[in-house]
Design a protein around this ligand. Structure first.
Ligand code: FAD
Length: 420
């Protein structure tokens, strides 16, 4: 999935981008680096889109991404931007809320189940296959609910039976089939082993939070960004749309109604992100990255991050946690969730909290998205000067967006269509 949809006109060195979120900024950066004249139209009065770091509380509060998970392209980008990464603390526990407690996920019963079922043949990998159906024979229904669903739900914010297998595991390849789960797991571990070793690895942030990365990109592009822009795409220019799919649909409605209709089919998940600063630590999250929480446990949150443990330098004198929830949480609900982990917590332990709620926070990586992307690729094969990007095209994570933008910018006029 690490590719943009569409291409630009090889005879025109001017490129107009819509959206100065991370996708628009990183793509603008790489295209500029390749000698294109870039103009980025941003509807709001600020850059960064969902990524914003609030510095007004006792520590830093990230609205969306709290870290960049590095790959080779990400590391090279930081070097080019002369940005010093702040690595996340190593060896933190990653917990799952299982049977009333935050625990380490690799319980003996799970490993035993995997070992005893690894000889089984997985279902055929088809376009319609979802993640739950693929893993059910290996893990069983209970483990799907208790382990896999929260683990992937923490990343994609939807239950595993809604997640489209080939979109979530693009490394599997378009023609691959497996005669056993053992061969699937072997392929998976081999793929990860083959990834180049990096001098800095894992998740990183920056002094000043993720805003520092966004601001640095914006600084490089300072003459090319038009804030508060009401500009709409015109057919005689190179157009790259880097907004969410709903806004992309609106932007292309007049000039390309067929593309617009497909974009309108892409579904989004609502989410809130609340950072809360406490006078004391939540003990079960001591030395933990955070906890992922399966639905049906009385919680309103699907995950709670321990910001101070992850990036101590950005939260020096305060315990800070970020709660991710499908709901727009009230203060009472936030406290209730924390009390489920730490029953003696009281309201006056709260120093400060900040919350952001998006009706359309993240695209749902379901079959509908896969089919829409396939159709958009087909339609864009006929286009000469339109490309589409954003976190519904090449993956939700910033590192996937960096890789996709970089490879597009190196050859933005060449396009092979749908190919995964
Ligand atoms: C709670 C949360 C936590 C996350 N955590 C992580 C993490 O830790 N690591 C990670 O890698 N990723 C994380 N992500 C994902 C990542 O933050 C997003 O995928 C990414 O920021 C999305 O960038 P984008 O450019 O695709 O979209 P957006 O950020 O939505 O940017 C789109 C931009 O387009 C603009 N726009 C819209 N309409 C128009 C128009 N008509 N004209 C001009 N401009 C327009 C908007 O104003 C906005 O600036 C997280 C996401 C969420 C919600």
């Amino acid at each position: 999935m690490k590719r943009l949809i569409g291409k630009i006109d090889p005879n025109n060195r001017n490129v107009s981008i819509w959206g100065a979120g991370f996708s628009g900024l990183v793509l603008g950066y790489y295209l500029k680096d390749q000698g294109y004249n870039v103009t980025i139209h941003e509807r709001s009065n600020k850059v960064g889109g969902k990524i914003q770091t609030n510095k007004s509380g006792p520590g830093l509060a990230e609205k969306a991404a709290n870290a960049l998970y590095l790959n080779q392209d990400g590391l090279e980008l930081l070097k080019e931007l002369k940005l010093e990464p702040l690595p996340a603390s190593k060896n933190l526990k990653r917990l799952l809320f299982i049977k009333g407690k935050a625990r380490k996920p690799f319980q003996f019963s799970l490993l035993a189940k995997v070992a005893s079922n690894s000889h089984k043949k997985p279902p055929l990998i088809t376009d319609g296959l979802n993640v739950a159906d693929f893993f059910r024979p290996l893990l069983g229904e209970e483990n799907l609910k208790h382990y896999l669903s929260p683990a992937l739900g923490g990343l994609y914010a939807v239950p595993v039976d809604q997640l489209h297998f080939r979109s979530i595991f693009p490394q599997v390849g378009s023609k691959a089939q497996f005669d056993s789960y053992f061969s699937f797991l072997k392929m998976f571990f081999k793929y990860h082993k083959e990834q180049p070793k990096l001098e800095t690895s894992g998740s990183v942030s920056f002094e000043g939070g993720m805003q520092t990365l966004v601001d640095r990109l914006a600084e490089v592009l300072r003459h090319d960004i038009r804030l508060n822009s009401k500009e709409t795409p015109k057919l005689n220019q190179n157009i790259i749309i880097c907004t969410d799919a709903t806004n992309a649909s609106e932007l292309l409605n007049e000039i390309r109604p067929e593309l617009s209709d497909e974009l309108a089919r892409i579904e989004y998940r609502p989410l809130s992100s609340t950072t809360i600063f406490l006078k004391r630590e939540i003990r079960p999250l001591h030395k933990a990255f955070g906890v992922l929480i399966p639905l049906e446990n009385g919680f309103q949150s699907i995950g709670i991050l321990n910001n101070k443990a992850i990036f101590p330098a950005n939260n020096e004198n305060v315990s800070a946690y970020t709660l991710i929830s499908p709901k727009d949480l009230t203060k009472e609900e936030i406290l209730n969730d924390l009390k489920l982990l730490s029953p003696d917590l009281e309201e006056n332990d709260i120093e400060h909290f900040e919350k952001t709620y998006w009706e359309k926070a993240l695209p749902i990586y379901n079959l509908q998205l896969f089919l829409a992307i396939k159709k958009l690729h087909q339609l864009c094969m006929k286009e000469t000067n339109i490309a589409i990007f954003g976190n519904y095209v090449a993956g939700i994570s910033l590192r996937d967006m960096i890789s996709a933008a970089k490879s597009f910018a190196r050859n933005p006029t060449d396009y092979k269509g749908f190919n995964f």
